[in-house]
Design a binder for this molecule. Structure first.
Ligand SMILES: NC(=O)c1ccc[n+]([C@@H]2O[C@H](COP(=O)([O-])OP(=O)(O)OC[C@H]3O[C@@H](n4cnc5c(N)ncnc54)[C@H](OP(=O)(O)O)[C@@H]3O)[C@@H](O)[C@H]2O)c1
Length: 258
């Protein structure tokens, strides 16, 4: 259903993973558009830095580790106490680790699923009662274009992001009836500390503030899936329609070059 872009003036927004990269840029963008923002990550000093840019009267710093279920509940209780409610939440926190096929290590999968997927599940459990009291509730999570088609070395990361997209797709239908709008964000490459570690070409990589503008515009327009940049995400999505044999053959080239 197409609605008019919403205003964020005085809306109460919670963003996880806001100490750096995309989450920080999204927090700044929401604040620029008049919202109050609660920001979460483990690094309190970096969150304070974001809060100083925004202005302490419009920003709530809630440092904690999102992989801890009880901490999610405590954070939401604090937001409820201080703000009396919440209108928008964006579960953005995440990590990326590459799988080394010669030293296949299940611990990478445990860490990645915990940080990227389970953390979101804990957050949703904690936040739903608060969102149900808002008349303009939106709940979203960070996936990735990689969720559409698996690539070598991203076996753990891709699986976590596919889980996020699938879960939010189903949740969207459930929560539609309660007027809680669910969105999923699927970026290609964005310049952040996470991608600065990468040792491979990152075509069409964009800056974090540009990504933030696209994300917040998408939320304002109640988009269900916010994927960008389109010149990257559309061809990438098309890959997922290839017959398996063809896809494998194509991807083998990337492994041979590595
Ligand atoms: N950059 C890209 O190209 C790209 C593409 C697709 C998807 N993404 C996704 O976008 C999200 C943001 O990534 P980014 O690129 O902006 O990287 P980033 O700058 O490294 O940001 C990651 C954020 O997540 C937080 N975080 C990680 N583990 C946490 C934990 N256990 N508890 C609380 N906070 C935690 C980090 O803060 P602390 O370390 O202070 O806790 C940081 O604020 C991630 O989910 C990532 O997978 C990024």
């Amino acid at each position: 259903m197409l609605k008019k872009p919403r205003s964020f003036q005085d809306k109460r927004v919670w963003i996880t993973g806001a100490s750096s990269g995309i989450g920080k840029a999204v927090a700044l963008e929401f604040a620029r558009r008049g919202a109050r923002v609660a920001i979460t990550a483990r690094n309190e000093a970096m969150l304070d830095n974001t809060a100083e840019i925004i202005g302490k009267d419009k920003c709530l710093v809630i440092p904690f580790d999102v992989t801890l279920k009880e901490e999610n509940h405590k954070a939401v209780a604090r937001i409820g106490e201080l703000w009396g409610g919440l209108d928008i939440v964006f579960f953005n926190a995440g990590i990326a680790e590459h799988v080394d096929i010669k030293n296949f290590d299940s611990a990478i999968f445990e860490r990645t699923i915990s940080a990227n997927f389970l953390s979101m599940v804990y957050g949703i459990e904690a936040v739903l009662p608060l969102l149900r009291n808002s008349t303009t509730a939106q709940l979203g999570g960070m996936s990735s274009t990689v969720s559409f088609a698996g690539i070598p070395r991203a076996e753990a990361y891709g699986a976590s992001k596919a889980a996020v997209r699938n879960m939010l797709q189903a949740l969207r239908i459930h929560l539609f009836q309660e007027n809680i709008h669910v969105f999923t964000v699927c970026p290609g490459f964005v310049r952040t500390p996470l991608t600065d570690k990468n040792d491979f070409p990152m075509p069409l990589r964009i800056e974090a503030d540009e990504a933030a503008r696209i994300i917040v515009n998408g939320i304002a327009r109640y988009k269900q899936e916010i994927d960008f940049p389109r010149a990257f995400s559309i061809p990438y999505k098309l890959l997922s329609f290839l017959p398996s044999r063809l896809y494998t053959r194509l991807m083998l080239n990337t492994v041979r070059q590595a």
